[in-house]
Structure formats: structure tokens, C-alpha cells
Design a protein around this ligand. Structure first.
Ligand SMILES: *Cc1c(COP(=O)(O)O)cnc(C)c1O
Length: 328
């Protein structure tokens, strides 16, 4: 008997939030400097809520939220979360309440050493303009932060709001699907695509888009925990549902490099700061200290070791408001 035919998947719905395609262009100065053919994908320029990769995910996530008649969206994250900013903007444009449980610096087991524990400004200014209901908690583990988010969701439900629990960073299979689609905007083929990877939907979407090609999809980790690819694999299971002939990627299939995290999640690294200065001075483009700067420091190091060659794409994931944070 032939195997049961897979039902044709239904594509997820999408609303319009960002301007696509985002610009794709060559970095001439840096290409000459590094001796590679270096390009950049400008998701810092989505035209929505000061840019960033989360706008793509939100086009799909908000469609689901509107479909479900949701009245309040509850999430959590670091106080300087780029996702919370973009989520808050997406919710307010759709007339939906947005609340988030936040800590200045949530951690896995031990807090990283840092003098930035109470970083003010940056995204917090924008969150306030957007009217996001931010609830601050003392620094603790991510697990504790998730519990606070659940309490907050229950609080909204008790008030009678139909409430949506938004996963951290918008990393649900829908977020990954957004990046699977984003890959179609590239009009050139690349030997490698390099980007900052954290909650995994950017990585999962791109890894699916290029799995059967010669293009290497290389995430530079911004979180130190190597088990994180187990979470990525969960996103992959969801993505399998929507993709005909899905590659069914497993945790071990992810090309994720942990060498450039620096002192920890949310703490700038010296190499990352140097990368920010180099790209700003050679190209007039700003990277951020928590994600894209670290990712670019990885790109620079891997190029210098001869591990990245040919035509390389750096996918800029945004995060620029973090440049304007300041401690006490
Ligand atoms: C969230 C974020 C990332 C990581 O994207 P994920 O899909 O969560 O892995 C990278 N860069 C910036 C600037 C971000 O805000």
C-alpha cells in the first residue's frame, strides 16, 4: 500500500506591518577590508517601530491573535527587549492591550557579571510612548520570569480579557515561518548567511529555507546555554506542519556557534563593541551590543580564520535602541 498522502498544508495568515523586501546591499568598504564579498540584509530597516527582526514574526502572530478575538497579549523578557517594543507597537495598532513581565537581567543559573543591571533609556522610552503595561521584577532566573508572566496572564483573564500568552521573543512556529518566507526576498545566492541567534525562530526559518542548498546558515549565539537547540527543534516540529517535503530538522542539525556570547546574555562583549565601531565607521551602519554586534564579531573572527569565504550575507536583525541605554 502506498503511504498515506500528506494533506496539503494551509499557509498561516499574515497581516501587514513591515515594509518588504527590506534592503539588501553590498558592503563595499568592509568587503575590501576583509577580502570577501560581504552583503547585508537590512531588517534594521523594516519601517516599523524602529526596525528589527521581530516585525516579520509579528505579521503572522498578530494574524492569529486577531483571528482569536484576543483583547490582551501578555509576554515577558528582559526590560530592554526589542521584541516587547515591536509587539507593543503591533498590539496598539490593532487596539489590543499589551503587558509584559520584565527583569533588567534575567539569567539561567547565575547572574552574569555586569555593570548594566539597571539599564534605563533605550527600549524603555519607546515602550512608554507605546503605552505597554510593563511590570518590573527583581533579577532572577528565566523560569521565575515565566511564572510572573503566567500570573500576569491570569490577572488579565480575571479582569475578563481574552488573553494570549505570547512566547518569549515571538518564537513560536509562526515566527519561524516568517523567516522561512523572508528567505525568498534574497535575489542572490550566498555561500553563508550569518546572523544573531537567540530564541531560535530566525535561525529555524532560515535553516529550513536553505536546507537543501549550498548556502551555510550560521547562527551566532547570544545566549550561553548549549541546550537551546532543543528549543529550536520544537519550533522545527511546528514548522514541519506547514512545509511540503519538510527537512524535519533536529537539534543537532543547527549550525550555532557559542564562541561569541561574551560575559552572558544581555551583557555587551568587548569584541562586540569593537565590531559595532568598525561597521559604523566603515559603512555608516549601526549594530547593537546584545545581538548583532556580537554576531558581527563572530563573522570577523571566522573570516580571519579562513572559515568564512566567498559571498557572505550578514542578516542585520536590528536592536539599535539598546545603543541608547544607560545605567545609573
Ligand atoms: C530577538 C533578536 C534576535 C534573535 O532572534 P531570534 O529569532 O529570537 O533568535 C537577534 N537580534 C536582535 C536585535 C533581536 O532583537
Amino acid at each position: 500500500m502506498p503511504p498515506p498522502r500528506k494533506l496539503l498544508p494551509v499557509s498561516p495568515k499574515r497581516i501587514h506591518l513591515i515594509q518588504t523586501p527590506t534592503p539588501l546591499h553590498r558592503l563595499d568598504q568592509l568587503s575590501a577590508h576583509l577580502g570577501i564579498d560581504l552583503w547585508i540584509k537590512r531588517d534594521d530597516l523594516t519601517g516599523f517601530a524602529l526596525g528589527g527582526n521581530k516585525g516579520r514574526k509579528l505579521e503572522y502572530l498578530m494574524a492569529e491573535i486577531l483571528d482569536q478575538g484576543i483583547q490582551a497579549v501578555v509576554t515577558c523578557g528582559a526590560a530592554q527587549s526589542n521584541f516587547i517594543r515591536q509587539l507593543g507597537a503591533a498590539c496598539s495598532t490593532q487596539g489590543i492591550q499589551c503587558a509584559a513581565a520584565v527583569m533588567a537581567m534575567p539569567f539561567d543559573v547565575e547572574p552574569p557579571e555586569s555593570n548594566l543591571n539597571d539599564a534605563l533609556g533605550g527600549n524603555l522610552v519607546l515602550d512608554r510612548i507605546l503605552g505597554i503595561d510593563l511590570r518590573f521584577y527583581p533579577n532572577d532566573t528565566w523560569e521565575t520570569l515565566y511564572l510572573h508572566a503566567e500570573e500576569l496572564a491570569k490577572e488579565f483573564e480575571a479582569k475578563g480579557y481574552r488573553t494570549y500568552r505570547m512566547p518569549i521573543g515571538g518564537s513560536s512556529p509562526l515566527g519561524a515561518y516568517a523567516f522561512y518566507q523572508a528567505a525568498k526576498e534574497l535575489e542572490l545566492t550566498f555561500d553563508s548567511i550569518v546572523f544573531a541567534s537567540s530564541s531560535g525562530s530566525t535561525h529555524t526559518g532560515l535553516a529550513y529555507a536553505f536546507h537543501s542548498s549550498a548556502t551555510r546558515v550560521l547562527g551566532i549565539a547570544c545566549d550561553p546555554e548549549p541546550e537551546i537547540t532543543q528549543d529550536f527543534a520544537l519550533l522545527a516540529r511546528g514548522l514541519d506542519e506547514w512545509i511540503i517535503d519538510s527537512p524535519c530538522l533536529q537539534a543537532d542539525d543547527y549550525d550555532l556557534n557559542f564562541d561569541y556570547v561574551g560575559p552572558g546574555y544581555g551583557v555587551p562583549s568587548q569584541k562586540g563593541i569593537e565590531a559595532i565601531e568598525l561597521v559604523a565607521r566603515m559603512e555608516g551602519i549601526f549594530l547593537d551590543p546584545i545581538y548583532s554586534g556580537k554576531a558581527f564579531s563572530g563573522l570577523l573572527d571566522l573570516v580571519s580564520r579562513g572559515e568564512l569565504q566567498g559571498r557572505v550575507l550578514f542578516w542585520h536583525t536590528g536592536g539599535i535602541p539598546a545603543l541608547f541605554t544607560h545605567g545609573d
